[in-house]
Design a protein around this ligand. Structure first.
Ligand code: ADP
Ligand code: TRP
Length: 324
């Protein structure tokens, strides 16, 4: 039996936080052992929010460095920058003609941004169609995503079904895969960790920045000499990402026993975070200092992706009537 094809994209957002890591990157890296992984940096999608070319270039490069240092194996998997395989834009246009306006109007991501008063444009509105093209161009079967992206995969399925109803079974219907245990990593204020909410803990930031973020975690105001509750504590919920069950039981004891304050628990968490990411730092530094290696790796990845993309587009152009 051939391997399952798994695909995911990450927006090049520069500083990555531990929500991105546990919600998505880690699963993507692990997926390399579960099937045939296609992973790309969503550079076209980033244009919906980034309008500064140097910033975009830097972010694409850093996203590549982060993935490669965290374990993306470019030999085993196909890893590329979305805009190096522009065939996806042709599929995006073709799929647009199978995308009802109402479907896009219901997208949470679009509704949230309009509700927050952000200026919107057609790129943002049609973002899910481009995401559908990403997924369908590669006959992806499984799409590992965070909870916030499930709706986009559902929309992809609707669009693909509409296309297939018209032209026959050409497109593979994908499934979203969400790991419920870590579906939403909470930020320092207890809301979803997100760079847009300023409540993140960085993975590779300067030590003093990460310390400041951890020390800023919001807790209740129980004193040193009171027992504390771990159940709804933001520190504890982050510790769960880094600790074994035995370690968590010990931590629960520390919460119950008067004498320590939240500052102590924060330092324990900080230690855990630092030691978790420490092993990846050396390779990251090496890649940051050797950009040619990163660029060559991405260019090889784009070549591999392009072969599949071109073959799929030949099929699609054929069935829709664009090839004489
Ligand atoms: P942000 O919310 O910080 O802007 P992105 O929207 O760029 O993050 O998300 C990139 C990826 O990381 C997506 O797959 C998303 O589902 C995942 N992700 C982001 N924040 C979290 C979180 N707090 N918990 C789990 N996954 C997350
Ligand atoms: N929209 C995704 C995000 O913001 C990124 C993305 C673009 C993606 N295309 C994709 C994810 C295709 C999975 C599959 O995180």
């Amino acid at each position: 039996m051939s391997k399952l094809r798994i695909l995911s994209g990450i927006q090049p957002s520069g500083t990555i936080h531990i929500g991105n890591y546990f919600g998505m990157i880690k699963k993507m890296i692990e997926a390399q052992d579960d099937g045939e992984l296609f992973a790309f940096i969503a550079s076209y999608h980033a244009l919906t929010s980034v309008k500064d070319s140097d910033f975009l270039k830097k972010n694409i490069f850093e996203a590549a460095v982060n993935f490669l240092s965290l374990g993306m194996d470019a030999k085993k998997s196909t890893f590329w920058v979305q805009s190096d395989v522009p065939e996806v834009l042709e599929l995006y246009w073709i799929l647009s003609n199978h995308t009802p306006m109402g479907l896009l109007e219901r997208a949470h991501s679009y509704k949230d941004k309009t509700a927050r008063g952000l200026a919107t444009n057609h790129g943002l509105f049609s973002y899910p169609v481009l995401m559908a093209a990403d997924i369908l161009l590669f006959d992806s079967q499984i799409v590992p995503v965070g909870k916030d992206q499930i709706q986009h995969v559902e929309m992809t399925r609707d669009i693909a079904n509409s296309f297939n109803n018209t032209y026959g079974d050409i497109l593979t219907i994908p499934e979203a895969k969400v790991d419920n245990e870590v579906a939403t990593v909470l930020g320092t204020d207890g809301a979803k960790m997100s760079k847009s909410y300023g409540n993140t803990i960085d993975m590779f930031g300067e030590a003093k920045v990460i310390k400041k973020q951890v020390m800023g975690i919001v807790t209740d105001s129980k004193e040193l000499n009171e027992p504390k509750e771990w159940e709804n504590c933001n520190i504890y919920s982050l510790c769960k990402l880094f600790m074994s069950n035995d370690e968590l039981l010990l931590l629960q004891q520390r919460y119950k026993t008067p004498g320590e304050g939240y500052g102590h628990f924060k330092l324990t968490l900080l230690d855990k975070i630092n030691s978790y990411f420490e092993p990846y730092k050396e390779r990251r530094e090496y890649l940051l200092n050797n950009p040619e290696i990163v660029k060559d790796t991405l260019s090889d990845g784009a070549k591999k992706a392009k072969i599949i993309a071109c073959e799929k587009m030949r099929q699609v152009r054929d069935v829709v009537g664009l090839r004489l």
